[in-house]
Design a protein. Structure first.
Length: 141
């Protein structure tokens, strides 16, 4: 079992048929945390409860993301989210899944944190990279 950082293959196809809308007021997206026992990656198609993290002030299905209107960086389209904090949480996670709650919890991308990350009655914060052609969490070149 492993978590591999990847834009989900199903998401790429779903973009071409208009399943996902990242504009403010468009679809709603969430981020769920997962343990090192999870299997997430390019082949993930939807949110799953299998090996989702659990803990104090973390609930199943994670938390809502705040979309930032997509833009471009050079010739690359980029999407960004505001940083996400699970306040006063006691939780451990190896990775995460971003998914579209407006479209039957379809997967967008899997994230591997590189090692287990924990908080103990403290803030567990996901800091998204700058929305650039080489750094954005979601980018289409």
């Amino acid at each position: 079992m492993a978590i591999t950082s990847a834009i989900c293959t199903s998401f790429k196809q779903e973009l071409l048929v208009g399943t996902h809308n990242f504009t403010n007021g468009g679809n709603s997206f969430k981020l769920a945390l997962y343990t090192s026992s999870a299997t997430l990656g390019a082949s993930t198609t939807a949110y799953t409860t299998s090996n989702e993290s659990s803990g104090t002030n973390y609930t199943a299905k994670g938390a809502a993301l705040t979309n930032v209107t997509p833009t471009t960086s050079g010739t690359t389209a980029v999407c960004d989210f505001s940083d996400l904090t699970f306040a006063s949480a006691t939780v451990t996670a190896r990775g995460a899944l971003i998914f579209n709650t407006s479209a039957s919890d379809k997967a967008v991308c899997a994230l591997n944190f590189g090692s287990d990350k924990s908080s103990s009655a403290g803030d567990f914060t996901i800091v998204f990279p700058s929305p650039t052609a080489t750094g954005a969490i979601i980018r289409l070149a």
